[in-house]
Design a protein. Structure first.
Length: 216
């Protein structure tokens, strides 16, 4: 087993080669849920990512924006954070920075544990890429059937929509879960929050969402 270690400004990453599916699942059990690391397993490679400050700040701020939208529009929303999403069939697993149930929220409303063999996948996944990349995770999310992925990278938000016909993702200019949303607003708000108070930016964003629904 060999290890590759990188130390970028946004994430610390360790990659282990030649890891068996059984070993990965044993490690999951040993580590438990009370940890900050995100694990990804594919092609017998185990990736362990430890987010640093800028990574987590962007993650939590975008989550706050998503909550504001859902709250103002009266939408269903259940947050599952970096939920472990596993596919025993493909022997793959991934832990996003954050994930959300919206359309399928009623199906998991009373669930504290998600089993993708019987429960639907999250409707929306969020990946923050500061100095690392998450594009290699797209085939895993495709095999899991995740409908939409948001990738925040280089001060840009990119949306990927899953196409069942091709079992692949297409980059889109519009979100499926929030079709009215101007995606360019999110990077602007992130930059604004680094200058002003986050609470002030969120308050102004809430007013913007409320006003936009009054005057569509």
């Amino acid at each position: 087993m060999t290890a590759i270690i990188t130390k970028p400004i946004g994430e610390n990453i360790v990659k282990l080669n030649s890891v068996s599916w059984a070993t990965f699942n044993h490690l999951l059990d040993e580590l438990g849920n009370k940890r900050s690391q995100r694990l990804t397993y594919y092609n017998h490679i185990l990736e362990i990512m430890s987010p640093l400050g800028i990574h987590e700040n962007n993650n939590r701020f975008i989550e706050s924006l998503i909550f504001v939208i859902a709250d103002e529009l009266g939408l269903n929303l259940k947050k599952f954070g970096s939920l472990t999403l596993k596919s025993p069939q493909f022997q793959q697993a991934v832990e996003p920075d954050s994930c959300y149930y919206l359309q399928n929220e009623p199906k998991v409303r009373n669930k504290q544990q998600i089993d993708l063999t019987i429960n639907p996948p999250p409707d929306l996944v969020l990946e923050i890429d500061i100095t690392s990349g998450s594009l290699h995770k797209l085939p895993i999310y495709a095999n899991l059937g995740v409908p939409e992925i948001w990738r925040y990278h280089a001060e840009k938000l990119t949306v990927f929509i899953f196409e069942k016909e091709t079992n692949n993702y297409q980059e889109c200019d519009q979100s499926f879960v929030f079709p009215f949303l101007d995606l360019s607003l999110i990077p602007e708000l992130i930059q604004q929050s680094s200058i002003e108070r986050e609470t002030a930016v969120l308050r102004a964003f809430r007013k913007y969402i409320r006003d936009s629904q009054k005057n569509p």
